[in-house]
Design a protein around this ligand. Structure first.
Ligand code: ADE
Length: 224
């Protein structure tokens, strides 16, 4: 998978891809990440990419031309499955969307700043709008990292068996059951007997029951 990320602050996104699992995914060439500094497509003296909103109001707007030129440039080089604008008014990211994006080949992520992007960029290029939650960030960069992380970890070969994505919370619309490691007892708190029983059918049953119980308690909305 190739992910192109357009931003005025690409340096903000460097470390997540240079650390741990994402770094390994990049080194193993399972994921290719390309950052693009939007200012390089600004055809003006000060490489400005924002301007005041028509009609007045607070905040600046990201101009249509630099974004159009940058996106068009990239589009002329390959076909993109999705051109995604990270924005608080997009559809909220969930595991289903991450799963769907993980089988794509080329994704482009657009990070907004200030009040957002000129509406015509959406009309011309954006195929999907994603929010990572009902709160407002200073820009789309951290949201782009969250989205990329949720997608890249699903690519075949990125996680090893112990980290398997198949048993994640949400992967079957249930939260994960409780998990334990050594010691068997800590400050009087014991690991449930069933987990020490060696009876794998019973363990599976118990885990499923616990997952249902926890989902019912913490996120009943997932069950309907
Ligand atoms: N940009 C600013 N806030 C955001 C959010 N919650 N999700 C995605 N992009 C954003």
């Amino acid at each position: 998978m190739r992910i192109d990320i357009i931003s005025v602050l690409p340096e903000l996104m460097e470390s997540p891809f240079q650390t741990s699992i994402l770094k390994r995914a990049v080194e193993k060439k399972l994921a290719e990440i390309h950052f693009h500094q939007l200012r390089n497509w600004a055809n003006n003296k000060h490489r400005r990419v924002d301007d005041e909103p028509y009609g007045g109001g607070a905040g600046m707007v990201m101009m249509v031309e630099p974004l159009d030129l940058c996106i068009s440039d990239l589009k002329s080089q390959r076909n993109y499955d999705e051109i995604i604008y990270l924005t608080p008014d997009g559809e909220t990211l969930n595991q289903k969307t991450a799963n769907a994006l993980s089988i794509k080949t080329n994704l482009m992520l657009i990070c907004g700043h200030y009040k957002g992007i000129d509406e015509r960029v959406r009309e011309l290029h954006i195929t999907k709008e994603i929010s990572i939650g009902d709160y407002v960030l200073t820009g789309g960069e951290l949201a782009a990292c969250v989205l990329a992380d949720s997608v890249i970890r699903l690519l075949p070969g990125v996680l090893n068996d112990e980290q398997s994505a198949l048993t994640d919370s949400f992967q079957d619309d249930l939260l994960s059951p409780p998990i334990y490691t050594r010691p068997e007892e800590y400050k009087g708190l014991k690991v449930p007997d069933v987990l020490l029983s060696g009876n794998f059918a019973e363990i599976e049953n118990w885990r499923h029951e616990q997952a249902l119980k926890i989902t019912q308690k913490k996120r009943p909305d997932l069950l309907f």
